[in-house]
Design a binder for this molecule. Sequence first.
Ligand SMILES: Nc1nc2c(ncn2[C@@H]2O[C@H](COP(=O)(O)OP(=O)(O)OP(=O)(O)O)[C@@H](O)[C@H]2O)c(=O)[nH]1
Ligand SMILES: [Mg+2]
Length: 305
Amino acid sequence: MSAKTQEQLLEGVQKGDLRALSRLISWAENREPGTEAVLAKLYSKIGKARVFGITGPPGAGKSTLVGHFIRLCREKGEKVAVVAVDPVSPFTGGALLGDRIRLSEHFNDPGVFIRSLSTRGKLGGLSLATREVVHFLDAFGFDTILLETVGVGQSEVEVRKIADATLVVLVPEWGDGVQALKSGILEIGDVFAVHKADREGADRIAGELRQALSELKPTPSVLLSEEKKPESVAALLQALRDFTEAQAAKVAGRRQAARAATLAELVESRVLEQARQWVAAHTAAAANPYDGFLKFDAAQTPWKA
Ligand SMILES: Nc1nc2c(ncn2[C@@H]2O[C@H](COP(=O)(O)OP(=O)(O)OP(=O)(O)O)[C@@H](O)[C@H]2O)c(=O)[nH]1
Ligand SMILES: [Mg+2]
């Protein structure tokens, strides 16, 4: 991307131009060269937004809650951005379509920005793209950034490292405590919702969760929620906000770790890319791969200290 384009988009973002923001987010998503140069210049504007992760099994009610959180933020006059992180592929479609319908009432509100993110297996992965997108949104002036991700596999762990606080959304059918411990989801949440509490078994699951979480410090809160009871949904957002205030030192530590991880991921993805280029340019070295490796290892590389 030309230096002129970078300069124009940087100016656009500083003036509050949503189209410039959208283009930069696409750059981050596609790992476009030039993205980091723009972020480096915007970096002094970053750090004001509160970033909340919302994760949980498919269909648990994450988007439903996000829709309510948007409304609650807007009632306080906050600008809010939602990033639906799609860890699977651009071909799943269904979940995001559901999100679109659920969140559509906010589409004409300039104080609300909704975007889904999928990196289609590009080098550097979803984690780096999500970090950069959050930074663009933060610099743009969104007060609250909500990251929705489906809790299957690695992605919810990644989001946990990017968010200031994370809400894990579970449902009464979700299963017993042993399964919870196995799934590793207990380490992810700062706040737990047993959502769809209108269904059978919510109290029992909440009790088991509280038991399983009781030794963690600080002990995550476990709240029952349901769509038809707005106050129960508001209590979840409040619990996330309370966490960032009561655990300010912990949140500052997470942010520091996130900065270090951002640098590490950027450098690693660049080095990997250059290493792949070296391999592609030295196909003959594979005749004796060990000899070839020694040649690579001895090569003068720009990052060697
Ligand atoms: N019974 C009941 N159903 C609910 C409640 N909240 C949401 N639902 C329903 O649960 C279904 C899934 O809700 P979503 O908000 O799309 O869930 P999600 O976790 O975002 O789903 P994915 O993004 O596909 O993983 C929808 O049909 C909702 O209407 C609730 O409190 N009680
Ligand atoms: Mg959803």
